[in-house]
Design a protein around this ligand. Structure first.
Ligand SMILES: [Zn+2]
Length: 58
């Protein structure tokens, strides 16, 4: 039985599990991670948008 390495729920409880040789993650934890990453990404985009472009690459 696969168990989520993050929340400890079993595959039966979460419905879907993404597995790897060393760790497994359930769909709920993936969504939490995605939300966190998206939030972080959006913050950066907003910050970048406010800042004047000083590092324009030619
Ligand atoms: Zn989980």
């Amino acid at each position: 039985m696969k168990v989520c390495s993050f929340c400890g729920k079993s595959e039966d409880q979460v419905g879907h599990m993404i597995t790897s040789p060393n760790a497994d993650i359930c769909s709920a934890c993936v969504l939490i991670c995605m939300a966190m990453l998206l939030e972080e990404f959006l913050k950066r985009v907003q910050i970048d948008g406010k800042q004047t472009k000083v590092k324009d690459q030619d």
